[in-house]
Design a binder for this molecule. Structure first.
Ligand SMILES: [Zn+2]
Length: 358
């Protein structure tokens, strides 16, 4: 996995339009849904509206579209004109499917287009188009629009057509699998930003702040662990989670009742179980945790497993801090770790989420 520089450094870089950071990270602007390279000359967004990505692919799958000015989809330097033309065509109407004939009519050889995208972006041109369509759709779902409306608005004839397209991108189609054999994923708004949650009909298997990793990687991990399709949807576990999270952020819930499933290596599973024993509002150090597990020398391994936790908040990895009292790291962003801890200590209050998800 690519790692990003610290946010303060990235903020400085894009404020200065520092081109030496081009290719190191990309920034998405929440208010416009556009993503840029750090050197972009467009007006600088407020830091609170910026989301960072390690690759254009991540930005695309999070629903952002490439900036027309700095053209982050092209490798550093000026893209060939024919690529610009193709990208423009997709941007003008992501709903439309470009056939090989359409591509040829733009004076571009489809094979060359595919080769270019694969080489420069690690995806096929068709996958790029699909990611643009689905990225937009995901963005709408995240804003709380109904799945049917989103599907129709994106040129899919039906809900099921949308699901199929989604499955082609994110996993094998549900096929004859029973609904209990798939993991439903949905967005959940929180005062600390949107979370993506995944659950089978019985257990919660994923809860992460979405900036942490790209959706696609998250879904691939779930598919690998659970050997079943991952599709957008709702179920009773997710409904219960929404309810409990709302109470949690209001400071009215200290213990979640939702069953979890978190397969990992035996050591990882031990760490994750140990994390669940840390009481609400309390913190322990990585060292304490290693000692409690009877492996005092495995601090680093404990820290690493802590970072791989897939179920944020409910498996409270945010309650593990450095021995010196400093916060240490947090996959969802250090500010969130701080906010969660302050909230649990009663130093910070949240009401209802600003945009309660349906
Ligand atoms: Zn830009």
């Amino acid at each position: 996995m690519l790692t990003l520089p610290p946010p303060s450094e990235m903020e400085r870089a894009y404020r200065q339009s520092n081109s030496s950071y081009d290719g190191v990270f990309y920034l998405g602007v929440r208010t416009t849904g556009i993503f840029c390279r750090p050197s972009c000359g467009a007006r600088k967004p407020m830091p609170k509206n910026v989301v960072y990505f390690a690759t254009p692919r991540e930005a695309l799958f999070a629903g952002y579209r490439p900036c027309r000015r700095c053209r982050p989809m092209t490798a550093v330097g000026q893209p060939p004109a024919w690529v610009e033309k193709l990208i423009d065509e997709v941007d003008r109407n992501p709903q439309r499917r470009l056939t090989d004939t359409d591509i040829r009519s733009l004076g571009v050889d489809p094979t060359r287009a595919r080769r270019f995208f694969r080489k420069n972006h690690g995806i096929t041109f068709q996958a790029y188009c699909r990611s643009r369509r689905l990225g937009r759709a995901l963005e709408q779902i995240r804003r709380g629009e109904r799945l049917d409306d989103v599907a129709l608005g994106h040129g899919y004839d039906s809900h099921s057509g949308f699901r199929d397209a989604f499955s082609r991108t994110f996993g094998k189609p549900p096929g004859k699998a029973r609904s209990t054999d798939c993991i439903s994923v949905a967005w959940i708004e929180s005062p600390l930003g949107p979370l993506i949650a995944g659950a089978s009909d019985k257990n919660l298997v994923l809860l992460e702040f979405t900036e942490r990793r790209m959706l696609e990687t998250q879904f691939a991990t779930l598919r690998r662990h659970f050997k079943c399709p991952v599709i957008p949807g709702e179920n009773s576990v997710l409904a219960r989670l929404r309810h409990e999270l709302t109470l949690y952020f209001k400071g009215e819930l200290r213990k979640f009742t939702i069953p979890l499933d978190f397969p990992g290596s035996p050591f990882q599973e031990r760490v994750w179980k140990e994390l669940q024993k840390i009481p609400y509002g309390k913190t322990v150090s990585y060292e304490d945790l290693a000692r409690k597990m009877g492996t005092p020398h495995a601090q680093r391994a404990v820290g690493h497993s802590n970072g791989l936790n897939r179920v944020a908040i409910l498996i409270p990895c945010h309650r593990v801090i450095n021995k010196n009292g400093l916060l240490g790291g947090y996959g969802g962003g250090l500010w969130r770790k701080q906010a969660l801890l302050e909230m649990e200590r009663g130093k910070r209050k949240y009401g209802q989420p600003e945009h309660p998800a349906r």
